[in-house]
Write a protein that binds this ligand. Structure first.
Ligand SMILES: Nc1nc2c(c(=O)[nH]1)N[C@H]1C(S)=C(S)[C@@H](COP(=O)(O)OP(=O)(O)OC[C@H]3O[C@@H](n4cnc5c(=O)[nH]c(N)nc54)[C@H](O)[C@@H]3O)O[C@H]1N2
Ligand SMILES: Nc1nc2c(c(=O)[nH]1)N[C@H]1C(S)=C(S)[C@@H](COP(=O)(O)OP(=O)(O)OC[C@H]3O[C@@H](n4cnc5c(=O)[nH]c(N)nc54)[C@H](O)[C@@H]3O)O[C@H]1N2
Ligand SMILES: [Mo]
Length: 686
């Protein structure tokens, strides 16, 4: 039989949103590779997704509905039929609504797939839960702090097209590790370099990316805004500010200039731990290099002042006028350039009364401390909170509640499914249809199902249609087909979406937003209340923040009392081998990851009498996790580095989130993964 090529898209939570091609023979997927025609993917996937088909066929794949038979957390299940599963869920949800009201249901959705149909914003269940009057879910685990900060300054969290990094002459890779967390941007960095651009990495850790940069600055975690203000101090000291841009396109420059004056390089050096002469040198380089681009993603916003950090960083290209130049500005997420018709897709208007919103980053609190009504049913979709959410032990205590009914829609038996009452088997991307964009580029894509699902796996959209029918819900919008949902989402008045239809996406696989070329989103106008880039933000002031960008120290990292007990500042960034916790049970990727590794500077290891390669335990008053010690000067003294994504059940029962606090960032309600202190010691013998 001939081989069929089916166009699809990687659904994972990564800026690159790759386009892929599945080869199908005799109804089986026999190959999957990056789409060579996609300008951002250019034929390459990544270490992880190269194993997609092997991962999908793993023995531990969940293929049937299951009911818990062991204790919560034990992970013992029996196979049941879909009828039994739907009956039990319908009965339990009806009971919860009758006794406690709809808000006692928490639809907890995560980032396992970013598809508009199967994942993003909880869409497959969103209409269903709206009809039931369930609580809202604030998916603040990733970017909400930075989004909030950027939107005060710029009016949007979206900035320049990352492809335009190719036109920059100076690139600051600021708290981002693209060679691990989204490598497709690298070719644009390299293109700029070919044209003479200088590349600077700003990261407490000398990462893969920092090792490839021309220069590396290693600030203490959470001090980036002070660094930004120190750099601006140098720029303004040289008179290198763009007076025309400041006059015509910004608000509050006089006031912000006073704030900058408070941060001479010596002060910035004291706060950040970066030598003053390095700050002066980089400030001078920015002052004389047009355009300068800043690539800032999520890593540097996971701190007490994470929102303010991004708010302040976005001011640099305003002072230099680079927002008006191709190749200048901040290249972060492009999500907010994608103005699909979310209202039509989500149908929040189906709610008959306003509902409360619960915080994804505070699952432990949501399950243990919140009343009026307490959460009685938790519906987890495309998320693995035991592995990914702060304060693992608290989350476990919440999930262990006997009076909580938990449903998890999953592909693999994760640390979270272990607590489920019912597990429902979910299809994977090459088995279902979906509509995608990417948060690091400007393309939309359609993912055509390539093969039939294994066992009794269902797309989540179909799962919720069946559940709605079982519960006797009559709202017609609950029964729309996948294609109809995609069409509703694409039916947007936004001019950049003009001409992008489902038919066209199906035919072409992917389509670029109809943005102007060259793309200078804010050369004329910023989408702030004033239409200008707002150094001074009335809206920020109204919402309880400093009207000006500034510096907010990390909470735990900068706390001397905490530092005395737990001397090491811990960072747990992206693992090269997993995507959050996805792929965490793939034998080859687990082997390559070496399990959790904890890196310490030679001085810190020596002070504790620890040897390279030994098992160590990092702990604080919230919990502990274990890993293998790697002694290396890639981390600065006082900093410990590990990675996220390891499954607790393969790592001795806990991963790094056992030590992370359930505490909000300054704005946006984000988590503070990298604002954590620990002590490290030899692991106890078993
Ligand atoms: N391989 C792989 N790729 C991924 C992911 C993954 O798990 N694995 N996760 C995906 C997701 S969900 C996201 S959100 C993105 C995240 O992608 P990134 O934004 O790159 O996020 P991180 O890896 O968390 O952090 C990036 C860098 O920030 C540094 N950092 C930490 N704290 C600070 C700080 O205070 N200041 C500065 N300057 N640097 C700091 C870390 O050392 C790290 O090297 O990646 C996506 N891509
Ligand atoms: N310590 C520490 N923790 C972190 C971070 C950090 O930097 N440090 N980063 C945080 C970040 S940036 C993020 S975004 C969060 C992510 O946290 P989560 O949103 O919980 O993401 P994952 O842990 O990857 O879990 C996603 C789950 O979805 C499942 N899944 C995948 N595709 C589908 C599908 O199509 N349907 C269904 N039903 N399920 C599917 C996968 O099998 C996986 O178990 O983690 C955060 N956790
Ligand atoms: Mo994320």
């Amino acid at each position: 039989m001939t081989e069929l090529k089916v166009l699809g898209a990687c659904p994972l939570d990564c800026p690159d949103g790759c386009s892929w091609v599945v080869s199908v023979k005799d109804g089986q997927a026999v190959g999957l590779r990056g789409n060579p025609d996609h300008p951002y993917t250019r034929g390459a996937l990544c270490t992880k997704v190269n194993r997609w088909l092997e991962h999908s066929a793993q023995d531990d794949r969940i293929r049937y509905p299951m009911r818990r038979v062991g204790a919560k957390g034990e992970g013992r299940f029996e196979r049941i039929t879909w009828d039994e599963a739907l009956d039990e869920i319908a009965t339990r949800l009806d009971g919860v609504v009758a006794e406690h009201g709809g808000e006692a249901i928490w639809p907890y959705w995560g980032t396992g797939t970013l598809g508009y149909l199967q994942g993003q914003e909880g869409q497959p269940g969103r209409r269903f839960f709206n009809v039931l009057g369930a609580s809202g879910h604030d998916a603040n685990i990733c970017s909400s702090a930075g989004n909030a900060g950027l939107s005060y300054t710029v009016g949007s969290a979206a900035g320049m097209d990352p492809e335009d990094l190719a036109h920059a002459k100076l690139i600051l890779l600021w708290g981002t590790n693209p060679l691990t967390s989204g490598h497709h941007v690298w070719k644009f960095v390299q293109a700029a370099r070919k044209d003479g651009a200088h590349v600077v990495a700003i990261d407490p850790v000398r990462t893969r990316t920092a090792q490839q940069a021309d220069e590396h600055l290693a600030p203490l975690p959470g001090t980036d805004a002070a660094l930004a203000l120190g750099l601006l101090h140098v720029i303004v000291g040289l008179g290198a500010q763009d007076e025309d841009f400041l006059r015509d396109h910004t608000l509050g420059w006089a006031e912000f200039a006073e704030r900058i004056a408070e941060f001479p390089p010596a002060r910035a050096a004291e706060i950040t731990g970066v030598p003053a002469e390095r700050i002066v040198a980089l400030g001078e380089r920015i002052a004389r290099t047009r355009p300068t681009a800043i690539r800032a993603t999520q890593g540097l916003q996971r701190n007490a002042g994470g929102g303010t950090t991004l708010r302040t960083l976005a001011c640099i290209p305003a002072v230099t006028g680079d927002w008006a130049r191709l190749g200048g500005g901040v290249a972060g997420s492009t999500s907010q350039h994608m103005r699909l018709n979310r209202a039509a897709l989500y149908r929040d208007d189906l709610r008959t009364a306003p509902v409360r919103t619960l915080s994804m980053s505070r699952l432990g609190e949501g399950l243990l401390d919140i009343d009026g009504p307490p959460v009685k049913a938790l519906f987890v979709l495309a998320a693995n909170p035991v592995g990914s959410t702060p304060h693992q032990n608290k989350v476990r205590r919440g999930l262990a509640r006997e009076d909580l009914f938990t449903v998890v829609v999953e592909q693999f038996p994760t640390d979270t499914t272990d607590y489920a009452d019912i597990v429902l088997p979910a299809t994977k991307q090459h088995e279902h249809a979906d509509l995608h964009d990417g948060y690091g580029h400007l393309y939309l894509a359609w993912n055509e199902p390539a093969v039939a699902p294994p066992g009794e796996c269902l797309p989540a959209t179909e799962t919720f249609r069946r559940l709605a029918r079982r519960m006797g819900l009559t709202e017609p919008a609950l029964y729309d087909s996948d294609e109809s949902l995609a069409e509703q989402a694409l039916n947007s008045p936004d001019p950049w979406l003009a001409g992008i239809t489902l038919d066209r996406l199906r035919k072409e696989g992917f389509v670029r937003l109809a943005v102007p070329d060259p793309f200078l989103p804010y050369a004329e106008r910023f989408p702030t209340p004033s239409g200008r880039l707002e150094f001074w933000s009335e809206r920020a002031a109204r919402e309880g923040h400093d009207p000006l960008p500034g510096y907010i120290p990390p909470a735990e990292v900068a706390d001397p009392e905490r530092a005395a007990r737990y001397p090491l500042a811990l960072i747990s960034a992206a693992s090269h081998h997993f995507l959050n916790t996805v792929f965490g049970s793939n034998p080859e990727l687990r082997r390559r990851s070496g399990g959790p590794v904890l890196r310490l500077h030679p001085d810190d290891a020596a002070a504790r009498g620890l040897a390279d390669g030994q098992r160590v335990r990092a702990h604080n008053d919230r919990g502990a996790f274990e890993g293998v010690l790697e002694i290396s000067d890639v981390v600065r003294p006082g900093v410990a580095a590990t990675t996220k994504g390891h499954w607790a059940k393969f790592a001795g029962g806990a991963n790094v989130n056992a030590v992370v606090d359930e505490r909000d960032t300054d704005m946006g309600g984000g988590p503070v993964f990298h604002d954590t202190r620990v002590e490290v010691a030899a692991a106890p013998e078993d």
